[in-house]
Design a protein around this ligand. Structure first.
Ligand code: G6P
Length: 612
């Protein structure tokens, strides 16, 4: 949450920072601001609203500068407003700072500062930290760098901060704990950002800053230090990302582009790993740790949001194929409930961003307790990827739409391959079934492609139901988590209240909601319990609910029961969720756009939740 950008070098800083903020807007978009430094003059401009509002606000203003920092906000402390927007200025006006994260003990520090006579012009924890730093610098007569170090040792919480000082015309000082920071290394210039997307078009050489590190960044020098003032050699890595991957490429929205990218993202995810003809799955993170994985007493999957739903599907798959008990936990619960972690337990972390604060901290705790951590992450080099003992990337490419789509199907593909790999090594799957599932996985990109060719059919359904006030999503077995995901997508994108339920459990409550105005989406693909879900459809029909069903091509039983249906290609029940979720992604997209909503930036949400 919150996106931060910084630039120091020979270019005009403002265009670099502004473009970077637009790329990072998925991280938060309730207000935005920049601080620019020119000839010892520090100018701070900020505005409630989106980055485009800031841009408009700055027309005609003096924005010339070769050093600048910018911020796009997802409010934590203080409502979205001009005065709570970042950057914040220190009491003397000499320092400007942006911050991503939460300073948990800010109230106590604020009290101390108020006693000393400080006044605050915002409700933010950020302004408190900034004045605390300035106070230390004044009292101790220390350098800014030293003051930051002292302050950061006192604060609890998460932060990535960028500061500029009007008396130091070329330097940005940055520090992180818990919130991401990437530094791009150019020729005589440096770029700083929450992720690599603002940097990619200028340089591919980057340094991922670690927790408790401080970066002193000048145009031609990057110094990294720990909080003990010891120098650290920056580890430079090469970005494996193209500019086209972070642009809309002719689509109206990133979300639609990302839905339509799924045939190729799944192909990329399987490529070089799965060889159905040879009957092999090669994934180095799994191969190297296969003994640990196949002998696990228990697997715990820890995740949030859509990634948690991928974990739920995996629970069904791993228990079925590998015969290992699986528990799926919300990271936010896991981290606070003192879970029992035994030797031999494996923790699988599932995360698109690799930065979700709850997941990250849950893993840190589990690691301290001796658990083996396997990360399934999309963003290469992210914190969770680095913290894991082993892992597998989903290779879905940058996902910019706030609602997760292609990352989810990538997670399912990886989890499927992982389960097949373990089951094969363990001997809990027959050779026939193993080969059949490998072949079916290989066919997934083509099958998604054929679903997408009929996207217009989903749009027609969306137009019919766009004004409904509630939706119910029902599924059984492997498709139960898909019902949850379908409901979550619709809530996120269209602000329509929606609930996902196991189809049979519907009788224990939600059936009371059924009336002729309630659309009920059944994920009713052909599987061994198809007859059961048909009975559930009858129950809804008898109560005059409107039925929209996702069915398998050739199914003749469900269409007469449905007001609308959408067919997907036949697939084994283990593979079906990767397909059945696609029409639900389209449904939420088309409902959202039919309602005229900003589907890429739904209200109140952020893509990467780096606060708890
Ligand atoms: C936010 C996003 C969701 C995402 C969840 C977990 O809520 O809006 O799309 O599923 O965080 O994020 P992660 O990056 O850990 O998968």
């Amino acid at each position: 949450m919150c996106g931060i950008v910084g630039y120091t070098g020979p270019r005009q800083a403002f265009p670099v920072v502004l473009k970077g903020l637009k790329r990072l807007e998925y991280r938060g978009y309730d207000s935005a601001g920049v601080a620019l430094l020119k000839n010892g003059n520090l100018s701070v401009y900020k505005k409630k609203g989106k980055v485009a509002d800031l841009e408009e606000h700055l027309i005609g203003k003096d924005i010339e500068a070769n050093i600048g920092i910018g911020h796009t906000r997802w409010a934590t402390h203080g409502e979205p407003s001009d005065r709570n927007a970042h950057p914040h200025s220190s009491a003397s006006g000499r320092l400007a700072m942006i911050h991503n994260g939460i300073i948990e003990n800010y109230a106590q520090i604020k009290q101390e500062l108020v006693k000393k006579g400080y006044q605050f012009s915002s409700d933010t924890d950020t302004e408190v930290l900034l004045n605390f730093i300035e106070d230390i610098r004044n009292n101790n007569n220390s350098s800014l760098e030293e003051a930051i170090r002292i302050a950061l040792k006192r604060v609890t919480g998460a932060y990535c901060i960028l500061l500029i000082d009007q008396d130091d015309p070329h330097t940005i000082i940055a520090a992180r704990k818990g919130s991401p920071l990437v530094i791009g290394i150019g020729k005589g210039e440096h770029f700083l950002a929450s992720d690599a997307s603002p940097i990619i078009e200028y340089t591919k050489e980057v340094v991922y800053v670690n927790d408790y590190e401080l970066a002193i960044v000048k145009p031609d020098e990057l110094i990294l230090k720990n909080l003990g003032n010891e120098k650290i050699t920056p580890y430079i890595t090469k970005l494996d990302m193209e500019l086209a991957a972070i642009e809309k490429g002719g689509y109206d929205h990133f979300m639609l582009k990302e839905i339509f990218e799924q045939p190729s993202t799944i192909y990329d995810c399987l490529r070089g790993r799965l060889d159905a003809n040879a009957g092999t799955i090669r994934m180095s993170g799994i191969d190297k740790n296969i003994e640990q994985l196949k002998n696990a007493n228990r697997i715990m999957i820890v995740a949030c949001g859509t990634s948690w739903h991928a974990g739920l599907v995996a629970e069904y798959i791993i228990e079925e194929l590998c015969r290992i008990p699986v528990e799926v936990e919300y990271a936010s619960e896991f981290r606070y409930r003192n879970p029992i972690i035994n030797k031999g337990d494996v923790i699988i972390a599932v995360s698109q961003s690799g930065e979700t604060a709850d997941t990250l901290v849950a893993l840190e705790r589990a690691k301290e307790n001796g658990a083996f951590i396997f990360g399934i992450v999309n963003v290469v080099g992210s914190s969770i990827a680095r913290l894991s003992h082993a892992g597998a990337y989903t290779h879905a490419g940058p996902e910019i739409g706030v609602a997760s789509t292609k990352a989810f199907t990538g997670q399912l593909a990886v989890l499927c391959m992982m389960a097949l790999n373990i089951a094969h090594a363990k001997g809990t799957i027959s050779e026939d079934r193993y080969k059949k599932l490998l072949l079916e996985l290989e066919e997934v990109p083509e099958k998604i492609d054929s679903i997408l060719k009929n996207a217009e059919e989903v749009k027609k359904i969306a137009d019919v139901y766009k004004d409904a006030s509630d939706f119910l999503f029902l599924g059984r077995g492997y498709n139960f988590p898909i019902a949850l995901e379908g409901a979550l997508k619709l809530k996120e994108i269209s602000y329509i209240h929606a609930e996902g339920y196991p189809a049979a459990e519907m009788k224990h409550g939600p059936i009371a909601l059924v009336s002729e105005t309630l659309p009920v989406v059944f994920i009713a693909t052909k599987d061994p319990y198809h007859e059961k879900i048909v009975s559930n459809m009858q129950e809804i029909k008898a109560r005059k609910g409107k039925i929209i069903s996702i069915i398998t091509e050739g199914d003749e039983v469900t269409p007469p029961l449905s007001d609308h249906y959408f067919s997907i290609p036949p697939a084994d029940e283990i593979i079906a969720p990767i397909l059945s979720v696609v029409p639900l992604q389209l449904l939420s997209y088309y409902v959202g756009t039919a309602k005229g909503l900003d589907v890429d930036k739904p209200r109140n949400l952020a893509k990467s939740v780096t606060v708890e």
